[in-house]
Design a protein around this ligand. Structure first.
Ligand code: GRG
Length: 296
């Protein structure tokens, strides 16, 4: 196992390797896709994917295309989320949002380009393993996992509930649905995909799914807390938008104190899910702690 910084370096070194060349006539598309990828980001999801794969005995080389695909999907979701028709944001990752630099039409296309490139990458991976049916099966499972968690029963369902929930009286059920799908699905996907590529058994998959869901929900609760009392410069995005736009926010329903308690409870539960592995899982338990303490 490597450190988080080592995984992040691998991702950053290869970030645009699989973007491809859309041709001279469409060169602005590649510029817009690259812009949002290279403008920054913690690389949490791809790091989780590579770490899970190595934890279960797989290799970083095998995990890398999926890790890139996942960062492409995550980046597309941020580009589209920032559009005037959605959250209408000028700032992301500390820099002007994609549509502020390239215009709305190009930002929509850059998002579409990143999502479809990701689909192309993950459906291409199993094709390398025709001679090894077990590996091919693992890769098909992984490809399905990533696209379904990103899709209409995953992240898009969460985003829809978030948009439709604007200016409604938020309920605990609605908040849970949004956290689980808008955010936790794209944090659960990398963990499960990394394990699937490595051929991990159901017991490992189950424990790690619990871990990932908990840190994913905790991630969104902290995002909600930071929207209220975070540091705008550190976060690199406009704060106070949830109140301004009548968004569902965990702290609006349960209060800030309860939000902090739930963040802590979920972090503890996530670590407990991996207790059986002791120090072998320290990458993941330490990551859960550092996510609970993050200020950006
Ligand atoms: C518009 C298709 C579509 C989906 C939108 C991801 C998303 C769903 C909306 C973005 C807004 C938001 C608050 C999402 C929740 C997940 C989240 C906190 C994303 C930010 O993730 P970080 O902090 O971002 O890992 P970096 O920039 O570090 O990669």
């Amino acid at each position: 196992m490597r450190s988080f910084d080592e995984y992040r370096k691998i991702i950053n070194d290869h970030l645009t390797d699989l973007i491809g060349d859309p041709g001279e006539e469409a060169s602005e598309l590649a510029d817009a896709m690259r812009y949002s990828l290279e403008v920054g980001g913690k690389r949490l999801r791809p790091a989780l994917l590579m770490a899970s794969c190595e934890f279960a005995g797989g290799s970083v080389d095998e995990a890398l295309p999926y890790a890139l695909a996942l960062e492409y999907i995550h980046t597309y979701s941020l580009i589209h989320d920032d559009l005037p028709a959605m959250d209408n944001d000028d700032l992301r990752r500390g820099k002007p949002t994609n549509h502020k630099v390239f215009g709305e039409a190009m930002a929509i296309l850059a998002g579409d380009g990143l999502l479809s490139t990701a689909a192309e990458i993950v459906t291409g991976c199993p094709l390398k393993y025709f001679e090894d049916p077990e590996k091919m099966r693992n890769h098909i499972r992984a490809a399905h996992e990533i696209m379904s968690r990103a899709g209409a029963r995953g992240m898009i369902a969460g985003q829809t509930a978030d948009i439709k929930g604007e200016n409604l009286e938020p309920t605990a059920e609605l908040i849970n649905f949004i956290e689980l799908h808008k955010t936790a699905d794209l944090i659960t996907a990398p963990v499960r995909v990394g394990l699937m590529i490595a051929g991990a058994d159901d017991d490992i998959l189950e424990r790690f799914t619990l871990y990932a869901r908990d840190i994913g929900v905790a991630f969104q609760i902290l995002d909600d807390i930071l929207d209220i009392e975070g540091d705008q410069e550190l976060l690199g995005k406009t704060l106070g938008k949830d109140a301004e736009q009548g968004k569902c926010n965990y702290a609006f329903v349960h209060g800030l104190g309860a939000a902090k308690e739930e963040l802590h409870r979920l972090t503890a539960e996530a670590k407990e899910a991996l207790a059986a592995y002791g120090d072998k899982a320290s990458f993941f338990t330490e990551l859960a702690d550092s996510l609970e303490a993050r200020n950006h």
